[in-house]
Design a protein around this ligand. Structure first.
Ligand code: SAM
Length: 336
């Protein structure tokens, strides 16, 4: 599985050919790139070929693990990893004991027998690290492979805000490996609050792709966070969520101020901001917290800003109306 092979709200994978072209045409220097809200990591991955040094950040534990698996520079033994795959896929999931994953997510997010296997694999990856059978890079690869594999069979619409009810869940879990990315670029990985981190980092380009509505990523992807951290907290509610953590100010009313502080603290030559109006919507949870004008005004404080947009008509399934969906990219050349 490749880095883009996961479901993630706001992934910019499809836009990357366009964005790469915009960078080449509008940024005279692009040796170092700071991907401040990394998400899946596809922005960094797709720009490796036009950069030399990359800094990637996201405050989610699962995303950090995924970056360390795909971009880490520790050695790993592919033959050993394949043996883990063989062993995991040969286990008889019906005979496995109930565990944390099956007790909490069984017959909710996964069929119970799949949940037993997922829980068993997660525990085994941890024990293998503790016993010194695998190194930290191998641990990150095996764990990310579990996250990618379970996401493929999760009984959801793509995030974990809720699971689908009233429909039989099929047993579909297959454990597959992710394909780490080979690169000679120097890559530094962080799991920090964006506004704190920008005060300490300088680069040629900052890529800014924050959340734009009130949907919190730590809640949307809580199952991935809980499985990554493996601290086994008590989960609550129908969605079986852990206690709140990493609640982003970008999803709150204060978003325009927080965005302003972030932009003002950047020490870079170019700032790239992506934005879309998909959620210019009737539902309050999906309405954008920062307006187009606020972004433009904030960026103009730092330097001359150009706006690029791509638009297409999105067909609403089952309905005849279309929605104007625009993706926008702002490029600011910071004043010397
Ligand atoms: C729109 S997504 C980024 C998508 C990414 N560009 C991609 O293509 O996959 C926004 C990301 O910001 C992260 N995030 C939100 N608030 C944050 C904060 N204060 N500090 C660091 N990361 C944050 C979320 O976890 C989420 O992954």
């Amino acid at each position: 599985m490749k880095i883009q092979n996961r479901r993630y709200t706001g992934s910019k994978y499809k836009l990357m050919p366009w964005i790469k072209e915009l960078i080449l045409q509008n940024c005279r220097v692009h040796d170092s790139l700071f991907d401040v809200f990394g998400g899946t990591g596809v922005v960094t991955a797709e720009l490796l070929c036009i950069t030399k040094e990359n800094i990637i950040n996201d405050f989610l534990f699962s995303n950090e693990t995924i970056y360390r698996a795909f971009f880490g520079n520790g050695k790993y033994d592919p033959v050993k990893l394949e043996e883990y795959v063989k062993e995991y896929n040969s286990l008889d999931r019906k005979k496995l004991k109930e565990n944390y994953v099956s007790e909490n997510y069984g017959d909710r997010y996964f069929k119970n027998e799949d949940a037993k296997l997922i829980g068993h694999i997660r525990e085994d990856i941890q024990l293998s690290l503790t016993a010194g059978k695998i190194n930290k890079r191998e641990y990150n690869i095996l764990l990310s492979s579990l996250l990618y594999s379970l996401d493929r069979c999760a009984n959801t619409v793509g995030h974990y805000e809720a699971y689908i009810k009233g429909k039989e869940i099929r047993s579909e879990f297959v454990y597959e490996l992710i394909e780490p990315i080979e690169t000679s670029n120097k890559i530094t990985i962080y799991r920090s609050d964006a506004n704190e981190l920008v005060k300490r980092i300088s680069a040629d380009i900052a890529f800014i792709d924050p959340p734009y509505n009130s949907r919190q990523y730590s809640r949307f992807y809580h199952v991935l966070e809980t499985i990554t951290k493996w601290e086994k907290p008590k989960l609550a509610g129908t969605a079986m969520k852990p206690p709140e953590e990493n609640m982003s100010d970008y999803c709150r009313k204060s978003a325009p101020e927080v965005f302003g502080e972030l932009i003002d603290s950047l020490s870079v030559r170019y700032i790239i901001v992506t934005y879309n109006n998909t959620y210019d919507s009737k539902s309050t949870s999906s309405r954008n917290k920062i307006t187009l004008e606020q972004i433009k005004e904030t960026l103009e404080r730092k330097g001359k800003t150009k706006v690029f947009e791509t638009g297409y008509h999105r067909f609403n399934a089952g309905k005849t109306d279309t929605t104007d969906h625009k993706e926008m990219v702002f490029i600011t050349e910071v004043d010397a």
